[in-house]
Design a protein around this ligand. Sequence first.
Ligand code: CDP
Length: 214
Amino acid sequence: RPLVVAIDGPSGSGKSSVSKEVARRLRLAYLDTGAMYRALTWFCVTRGIDLQDAAAVEQAARDLILDLSTSPQEEYVRVDGADVTEAIREPEISSAVSAVATTLGARTELIRRQRELIEKHHRRMVVEGRDITTVVAPGAEVRMLLTASEEARLRRRGIQLGGTQNAEQLAAQVTQRDAKDSTVVNFTQAADGVVTLDSSELDFAETVDAALVI
Ligand code: CDP
């Protein structure tokens, strides 16, 4: 029987590690939709596509030959056969990804692929992102918004406030990315029927346990 677990949340909420563990425990497939936006961004940057050119970014989304792991046990992302698992996490990509993710035509194409992957796995999948509970899979059996205080989110990103100038810069980058992202998808407030799980005061194991009883 179908069991789609939709998990949304901002950067540093612990979404990825929690989603993966929930998938392992429930023996479900796993989809990191953020990795899809990152892979598309990598593809555009590598091809020298102007990220302000919406038509070009949308076309790139259609041309993208993407192969990503749908197992919580292994992580890989390939574009056109090339392994970009690490490359898509580079700061250059993180700072460019919002420009791609706010291109509506590109979103439409990635959302189509996400829904296709959910169907391919017979609707037994943990899907994490920013718009899963609201747009990609609003009919999911379990819908959850994972939040955390700004302080906790930065801490998880390895950023200590009041630290070095570099740390302050990193903090500003993450905050800016969340601000840009939230112009197209609202992941700061839970939609109707979506359960909010605040992980500020919880460690990893406690967060997973809390997620499993939702
Ligand atoms: O690194 P972090 O966990 O914060 O982000 P991610 O999950 O890897 O997602 C990277 C970026 O993809 C986000 O900053 C959004 O711009 C975009 N994204 C999106 O727009 N919609 C999604 N469902 C997932 C990610």
